[in-house]
Design a protein around this ligand. Sequence first.
Ligand SMILES: Cc1cc2nc3c(=O)[nH]c(=O)nc-3n(C[C@H](O)[C@H](O)[C@H](O)COP(=O)(O)O)c2cc1C
Length: 338
Amino acid sequence: MKTKLFEPYKINGITLKNRIVMSPMCMYSSTEEKGFVEDFHLTHYISRAVGQVGLIMVEATAVTPQGRISAQDLGIWSDEHVPKLKQLVDGMKKYGSATAIQLAHAGRKATVDGDIYAPSALSFNEKSKLPKAMSKEEIKATIHAFKEGAQRAKKAGFDIIELHGAHGYLINEFLSPLSNKREDEYGGSKENRYRFLYEIIEAVKEVWDGPLFVRVSASDYHQDGLNIDDYVEYALKMKEQGIDLIDVSSGAVVPAKINVFPGYQVRFAEKIKEQAAIATGAVGMITNGLQAEEILQNERADLIFIARELLRDPYFPRTAAAQLGEEIQAPKQYDRGW
Ligand SMILES: Cc1cc2nc3c(=O)[nH]c(=O)nc-3n(C[C@H](O)[C@H](O)[C@H](O)COP(=O)(O)O)c2cc1C
């Protein structure tokens, strides 16, 4: 059988051997608190390349030290981070995976020592730290940090960059009216709240001409927050700026109760794909080859992002192929047991 899941996918000059993407997952395993790739990361990511994942996206990687969720996050704020990231990229590529990195700033969700930053001085919940409202200089410096992060990602040899605009981290905090109460040109109207992301994309594009993805939270799950229709509008803006794919997640801007079920976010990827006519990635409780194939066959999304199932099963592509009656090539060392 010829399935869509195992059909190669071309995006802006990069070919993925199948449509399975390892979704970014923070491993909080940089033990020196300096953001470096360590042995664990090499083993963890390269195992998924051996497992034949089409595109491996390295976890949220901080563009500034204060933009880390925790002190154990990976970082890309200095040139010193590049050699180990390059070693990781080379290792993944050896087994035929395309490689991506998610560039991130945690904003008010940072838990590191010292000041933390956000569009407005509002904490996420009563337990979290109060952030400082960013000055315009701090905004410009952060945009520049994303640009430098992209430049370093290029030096490390990544094929694709994703900007983390979801889950209530800094970019998302600017987009949502629930966390952005600014009265300057970075807040207020929908257009103004988009300005921070707009300027990051423009800055990154000065140094990066490969595929550029953005992860969004397509619903704030709050009556005064953003919903999928707002994100169709934002997706159109991103498309205009040359974004290649929107990776569609949801929630986590403010504490909210979310009704979670298999494939619960696919409808958001589907709506953005249909109404903004841009490629999308579906993510969230997709755990089976048949489920993934349904999404692709019905053109509800273009790529399938898998997170926790790839923690349970590093060879998920092999499992999914078996579920679909498809044969995929093993790495040559494993031919006899595949
Ligand atoms: C351990 C862990 C770490 C995560 N870290 C990130 C991250 O760095 N960036 C991100 O955008 N999402 C992150 N996520 C969310 C996943 O990428 C994914 O969207 C979510 O787990 C739903 O997909 P799943 O049902 O396949 O696990 C993380 C999830 C887990 C379980």
